[in-house]
Ligand binder design. Structure first.
Ligand code: PHE
Length: 338
């Protein structure tokens, strides 16, 4: 019996030492220490021994059992530790690795210029208003002193929805909408999208304008000149030369177009300014009495000036972009440069 016990223990320890993984350890545990295992079998046999030997044998078996249990526990603990380390290695985070950047995108150059224009006029006390892009003929033309047979309607190639409804060709109808609702003093700018049937390198069927107007008692042409000069100096720099030229719009009288010194060549003359050294940038004038009549303002009491500017044109000059269509293709390689 003593010999068999020694063999059993030896065998068990050997198997245990060769166990390649946790499940093999558990198998050894069951095989020798389980209820039907080798140790249990010996304990059962022990009952048949004479009493003097039984006690010694019992002690020996229990020692062997304790020893084996101890070794099994050690093996289990070592495999558990190995597994834990394995998991830690797998889950390890390399904190020295640079994080993935979220690409932020940039504002469209048209939006940037709109916001800059808005900020300059906001600083001068102007409020921002908006009007509909699908507009009535009345607001786009009639109330702006352009009756149905007026020849100046040909200046603007209009998209008509039907006889009375159209896509606004300029932001000037917002003048009428605001003046119908409010009384002077008014200082308003109205940025927005406008539409004309035109498409080539310098024209797209949709583009952006900012309308501006000021109405009060005693508003004069020198107010117009002062405000627009200040605005253009803020936008293009204090040193930029500015020139006012007489012009015509049905809704202003007198009317002017305003040029800035060519920002590309500095006034020497180049392809962009067609050799003239000047770039047309704004249409403006004193609001026509017929316009005031359309909204029920007294032409005795009030005067005002109005102006309109094209945002894309300004963005082209500010950023040195030479093809208008680039603004609307939305090629990310183009947009990311701003
Ligand atoms: N609405 C005119 C245009 O689109 C610009 C303008 C606005 C001119 C206000 C004078 C006064 O060309």
């Amino acid at each position: 019996m003593t010999e068999r016990l020694a063999d059993l223990l030896k065998e068990a320890l050997q198997e245990l030492s060769k166990a390649p993984a946790m499940d093999a350890v558990l198998q050894v545990k069951a095989k020798y220490l389980g209820r039907k295992g080798g140790i249990a079998a010996l304990l059962k046999e022990m009952g048949a021994l004479p009493p003097e030997e039984r006690k010694k044998a019992g002690e020996a078996i229990n020692r062997a059992k304790d020893r084996l249990e101890e070794e099994v526990e050690k093996a289990i603990a070592s495999f558990q530790e190995r597994e834990r380390e394995e998991n830690l290695r797998k889950e390890r985070v390399d904190i020295t690795l640079p994080g993935r950047r979220i690409s932020r995108g940039t504002k469209h150059p048209v939006t940037q210029v709109m916001e800059e224009v808005g900020e300059i006029f906001y600083g001068l006390g102007f409020d921002i208003e908006e009007g509909p892009e699908v507009e009535l003929d009345y607001y786009n033309f009639e109330a702006l002193n352009l009756p149905k047979d007026h020849p100046a309607r040909d200046m603007q190639d209009t998209f008509y929805v039907n006889d009375e409804v159209l896509l606004r060709t300029h932001t000037s109808p917002v003048q009428i909408r605001v003046m119908e609702k409010k009384r002077p003093p008014l200082r308003v700018i109205a940025p927005g999208t406008v539409y004309r049937r035109d498409s080539d390198i310098t024209h797209t069927p949709m583009f952006h304008q900012v309308e501006g107007f000021m109405v009060d008692k005693n508003v004069t042409f020198s107010n117009l000149k002062g405000v627009l000069t200040l605005f253009l100096h803020k936008l293009f720099g204090e040193k930029t030369g500015i020139r006012f030229r007489p012009s015509f719009f049905p809704f202003t009288e007198p009317s002017a177009e305003i040029d800035i010194e060519c920002v590309i060549c500095g006034g020497k003359g180049c392809r962009v300014c067609k050799g003239s050294g000047w770039l047309e940038i704004l249409g403006a004038g004193m609001i026509h009495p017929e316009v005031f009549r359309a909204v029920g303002y007294s032409t005795e009491e009030y005067t005002g000036f109005a102006f309109g500017l094209g945002i894309e044109r300004i963005a082209m000059l500010k950023f040195g972009i030479d093809d208008l269509r680039l603004f609307f293709e939305n090629d990310l390689k183009f947009l990311r440069q701003f």
